[in-house]
Design a protein around this ligand. Structure first.
Ligand code: DX5
Ligand code: ZN
Length: 217
């Protein structure tokens, strides 16, 4: 069964705890946390204090998506008892192999993200080492953008490589995911679905999570 990872970037930050309780009620599997530094992406979201504040407030594991330059300098601080994944961008890491080993040494799963314009070939020599590959289906930085269709082909190609090489990493998609496109993405090979505006923009957030989960079964 594929997993639903609502992105709290689209939550109401003035009542973050209550919004997280809604996705938990709806059966979300993971909380996707978008960390932005204003340099790697043209936006600043939230950082370590907000992540730490959520520890113990929910039973859900954390999926930390680092859209930041120099992630090595701050990786440890995102390692909490609830951190399941830390995901860095290929475009932000000069020594990606070292960074991936660094994440694993902290005791969580290590993921790498690819921007829409970065080809899969850039991950050719690291796929054996990663637990997850995140395919960006929008240019990172903002919620509520339109899905970029090239991501679907990339996901299919990545799934084919995974099968051909007998690898076990998970495939995550992030950006513009909604109730209409998630069935096709599941068929393409996605295991972990990030959805921000499509979840928190709903009138009834728990019901929207359940609608997603029904399709992802
Ligand atoms: C974009 C973030 C996404 C974002 C997705 O930079 O990485 O996780 O919150 O938002 P939607 O689902 O609204 O495209
Ligand atoms: Zn994200």
């Amino acid at each position: 069964m594929a997993k639903l990872a609502p992105s709290i970037l689209s939550a109401d930050f003035s009542k973050l705890g209550a919004d997280i309780a809604l996705i938990e009620e709806g059966g979300a599997d993971v909380i996707h946390m978008d960390i932005m530094d204003g340099t790697f992406v043209p936006n600043i979201s939230f950082g370590v204090p907000v992540v730490k504040a959520m520890v113990g407030k929910t039973g859900l594991p954390f999926d930390i998506h680092l859209m930041i330059e120099h992630p090595d300098d701050i990786l440890e601080q995102f390692m909490t008892p609830q951190t399941e994944y830390i995901v860095v961008h290929q475009e932000a890491c000069k020594h990606l192999h070292r960074t991936i080993q660094h994440i694993k040494s902290l005791g969580c799963k290590a993921g790498v993200a690819l921007n829409p314009a970065t080809p899969l070939i850039m991950l050719e020599d690291i796929l054996e080492d990663v637990d997850l590959v995140l395919i960006m289906s929008v240019n990172p930085g903002f919620g509520g953008q339109k899905y970029i269709p090239v991501a679907t082909e990339k996901i299919k190609a990545l799934d084919a490589v995974r099968k051909a090489r007998g690898l076990k990493f998970e495939i995550e998609v992030d950006g513009g995911v909604n109730l209409k496109n998630c069935a096709e993405l599941k068929a393409a090979g996605v295991d972990l679905f990030v959805a921000g505006s499509a979840v928190f923009g709903a009138e009834d957030v728990p019901a929207r999570c359940r609608e997603f989960k029904e399709i992802l079964k």
